[in-house]
Design a protein around this ligand. Structure first.
Ligand code: 5GP
Ligand code: ZN
Length: 112
């Protein structure tokens, strides 16, 4: 837990969110500013700054996050989706607590 981190506060329940899923390791909630009809975030409860600060000790956590994406996307009615992990300021990361975006439900699918 990092005192000033908004996603740590969401993970602990100190800040409310539209939570979709939670277990001992991760939490998933809808993005406050959705960029698609469905846009949610999969977030580890452990405070890790970004993919750049992950190492082999985070391997199973990262695998868990990836495998949760299709499960939660299906629960949202998505037949397909995009994932993104913005990494570092030059990667567009704004919240420095690792998270994976899951987006879907467009009429016109944006190309990366
Ligand atoms: P980043 O640019 O760091 O990859 O994405 C951060 C995401 O977190 C953004 O899409 C932003 O809308 C979302 N976000 C930031 N603060 C909050 C919040 O307090 N609650 C929720 N649900 N999403 C947030
Ligand atoms: Zn944090």
């Amino acid at each position: 837990m990092s005192a000033d981190c908004i996603f740590c506060k969401i993970a602990s329940g100190a800040i409310p969110s539209k939570k979709m899923y939670e277990d001992d390791d991760v939490i998933a909630f809808h993005d406050i500013n959705p960029a698609a009809k469905v846009h949610f975030l999969i977030v580890p409860k452990l405070h890790v700054e970004s993919l750049q600060t992950c190492d082999t000790t985070h391997q199973s956590l990262l695998g868990k996050m990836l495998l949760l994406a299709p499960k939660l996307a299906a629960e949202q009615g998505l037949k397909g989706f995009k994932t993104a992990i913005n990494t570092g300021r030059e990667g567009g990361q704004e919240v420095f607590h690792l998270h994976m975006h899951v987006l879907g439900g467009w009429k016109t699918i944006p190309k990366l």
